[in-house]
Ligand binder design. Structure first.
Ligand SMILES: C[S@@+](CC[C@H](N)C(=O)[O-])C[C@H]1O[C@@H](n2cnc3c(N)ncnc32)[C@H](O)[C@@H]1O
Length: 228
């Protein structure tokens, strides 16, 4: 069971990433030249992806990994190149199609369009959710983490938008301007609040490594939840 807010927000995200922002995401996640602001976002995202990948075992042969909210699939491809059997899922079918087209042949990646909580996905050794939960309410983020943890043998690496004065100021500034693309709001959460909620919701897990990346217009905080 998911909550009404989770279902509603997921629907908004599907519309946004599948249609409104699909072209922009295709470009942001490629090597094509982008403006200064987008270049800082791209650099920050690359650093975040490398951080999350560095938390996984170097040799992923024999491991099953879920890229939860895979977008155009860069992380899925790198994990598969290290030997993982990857399930890459996203509600935005157009982004999944780009990921499938871009992926080199011969990798074990099962591309899916749908909800990361689909019970038919089975059990995993590792789950990575990079920036796919930043638009959900804290209670829903934690419910997702608990659901994923129930089917994960090793670790979940997820990111959240930290409630920092800088990010709040940037989001406040954004609200002063009309947003042509109607992007879904980022919902910042206090780190200690999220840690407490996760500890309560997933008592058998422990929180491992964490890292915040603030690269000008990109701010995101990664948490590792060890489920072993
Ligand atoms: C900010 S993008 C990040 C994409 C990718 N992880 C990356 O870092 O390039 C967030 C993605 O999460 C997906 N998403 C959000 N909620 C989801 C859900 N419940 N199930 C599957 N995908 C979801 C969105 O469609 C979107 O493609």
């Amino acid at each position: 069971m998911t909550t009404a807010t989770y279902d509603r927000f997921r629907g908004n995200l599907e519309t946004y990433f599948d249609r409104t922002a699909a072209k922009a995401w295709e470009q942001l996640t490629s090597d094509a030249p982008v403006s200064g602001i987008r270049a800082t976002v791209r650099a920050g995202r690359t650093e975040m992806r490398n951080t999350l990948l560095s938390w996984l075992p170097a040799d992923l042969r024999g491991a099953r990994l879920l890229d939860a909210g895979c977008g155009t699939g860069a992380l899925a491809v790198e994990a598969a190149q290290r030997g993982a059997e990857v399930v890459a899922i996203d509600v935005a079918g157009s982004l999944v199609a780009i990921g499938r087209d871009r992926a080199p042949a011969g990798l074990s990646i099962d591309w899916r369009v749908g909800d990361m909580l689909d019970p038919s996905l089975g059990r995993f050794d590792h789950v990575v959710a990079m920036d796919s939960l930043i638009h959900y309410k804290p209670a829903d983020i934690v419910a997702v983490v608990a659901r994923l943890a129930a089917n994960t043998r090793g670790s979940i690496a997820m990111t959240f938008a930290p409630r920092t004065p800088l990010l709040m100021a940037m989001l406040g500034l954004g609200r002063l301007f009309p947003r042509a693309d109607k992007s879904p709001a980022i919902l910042p959460v206090r780190e200690y609040e999220l840690r407490q909620l996760i500890a309560k919701a997933v008592p058998h897990a422990r929180i491992g490594r964490d890292r915040r990346i603030s690269a000008s217009f990109y701010t995101s905080h990664a948490l590792e939840i060890v489920t072993r």
